[in-house]
Design a protein around this ligand. Structure first.
Ligand SMILES: [Zn+2]
Length: 226
């Protein structure tokens, strides 16, 4: 009887462990890829904040968002379906990591960072540029961010009522940042035959002309992108 009780006791204590093993074995592919890319970005860039990643079931909006409350990053599974390689997904995650960092900085561990919404466009540009830096440091191709945005972010007529700048302005600004800081990615452009990148080249013709004029004239003035 004593032996039976002992066996029962051992079984009871081992139950949670068994359940955990099953859970790990059946863990989703999406969660795995998001964590792998997310932690590669965090570690390569020595981000000192604790940031976690979640996958959210949403078949409609290929997107991701960062929660002000705890700095966690939610990735919609439709984003994983739409992006075609790790660079693209890394671009979106790196952008969100920048928001998560901004949410933790300032007084009271960033308690008032929700005020960022009043200056949201600047934070978007900052997150795009910082994403390029994070990607390069983690050995991702930053052109993946341009491709991802061109693929998932629609273009509104005007940006006055939006928290985000127009996608055309964002992608042109990222292009300029890569051109200035990491031109080697444009010289050895592995995306040159990519359909989405070619579409970006067509739609950004006027903006790239403006950048070319700035470079030719050696001007330090900010380019006014369309
Ligand atoms: Zn953003």
């Amino acid at each position: 009887m004593k032996k039976f009780l002992l066996v029962l006791l051992v079984m009871l204590f081992s139950l949670p462990v068994m359940a955990l093993t099953v859970e790990v074995k059946t863990a989703g592919k999406n969660e795995k890829i998001v964590c792998e890319i997310g932690y590669r970005l965090l570690n390569a860039n020595q981000i000192p904040y604790k940031i976690t990643f979640y996958v959210i079931n949403n078949t409609k909006d290929p997107n991701a968002s960062t929660y002000y409350r705890d700095g966690s990053i939610g990735v919609y599974d439709s984003l994983i379906k739409y992006t075609q390689d790790e660079n693209e997904l890394a671009g979106v995650l790196a952008h969100e990591i920048s928001h998560a960092i901004d949410y933790r900085q300032g007084i009271l561990r960033g308690y008032f960072s929700f005020m960022n919404v009043f200056n949201s466009k600047n934070y978007e540009y900052k997150a795009d540029k910082r994403a390029v830096d994070f990607m390069v440091k983690a050995n991702y191709n930053p052109i993946g961010l341009i491709v991802a945005l061109n693929r998932i972010a629609p273009e509104y007529r005007y940006d006055v009522f939006s928290t985000h700048p127009l996608t055309s302005r964002r992608t042109a600004t990222i292009y300029e940042y890569i051109y200035t800081k990491y031109p080697e990615y444009l010289v050895q452009n592995e995306y040159k035959d990519n359909m989405i990148y070619q579409n970006f080249l067509i739609t950004s013709k006027e903006n790239r002309k403006r950048l070319e004029e700035k470079i030719k004239s050696n001007s330090t003035k900010k380019v006014k992108y369309l």
